[in-house]
Design a protein around this ligand. Sequence first.
Ligand SMILES: [Zn+2]
Length: 273
Amino acid sequence: MSNFMRVPPIKDPYDYIDNHPWDLAQRPFRIAPHVWYVSGNSYVGCYLLDTGDGLILIDTFEIRALYLLTEAIRDAGYSPKDIKMILLSHGHQDHCGGLRALQEMTRAKVYMSHEDYVVKQEHPDRVLFHYAPDFEPDVFFNDEKPITLGRFTIKTKLCPGHTPGTTSFFFDDVDEDGTVYRCGMHGGAGTPFLMTKFLVEYGYPLSYKQRFIDDCREMAKWDIDICLTSHHNMTNLLSGVNPEDPTDFSAFVDKNVWHDFMLERAADAENMV
Ligand SMILES: [Zn+2]
């Protein structure tokens, strides 16, 4: 198993974000025919989908270094003002901290899980570990109702564990030749919050751990060509970037990555005590 190597996460990311975000700078690159990695940084993965009828942004990074994201969108050839929808994978501020500013800038329709909205409202200290302006979403995800804009139809799957409302995304992207690339993103694959001490402290069901494991094992069976990760280190995503050509996504097309990543996450969760 594992044709990818998990690399260590960045130590003390808030020091980078507050004091020297430029040291995290990452040029945008294409990861699927109409999908770009646009977080502008090498810590959090945010993705821009060019639907042909406006843009969809998955996750928003942190408010204090938001310029990295907006500049990356422009660098990829798009305007942040064309974002029509913003989808949040989960309520941690490294994924939603930039949301309010982007909402003001774009008036985009904002989707998140009802579960994480409730946590954010009632116990913000469980999801906001760093400053993030408050926001209101427009729509809550419904796994029975895919989200459609232009060429994309995005299916969601509630995957509790990392947070109660962590949401994974699945969609097809079709290139000019008609080749279909099935894309998948686990909304929050980090396992430390599955430790019993956190689950007890937060009052979450201990069954979250087994649910996370079961979800990963089920999703491992799904046929996914391109694995998008919410933190690049989880699959060493940046190693697939072609420095000569940021539009070359060929290195990201590998069914084994998703499969192995899901099983590795399930195994990692099993080791959490
Ligand atoms: Zn998180």
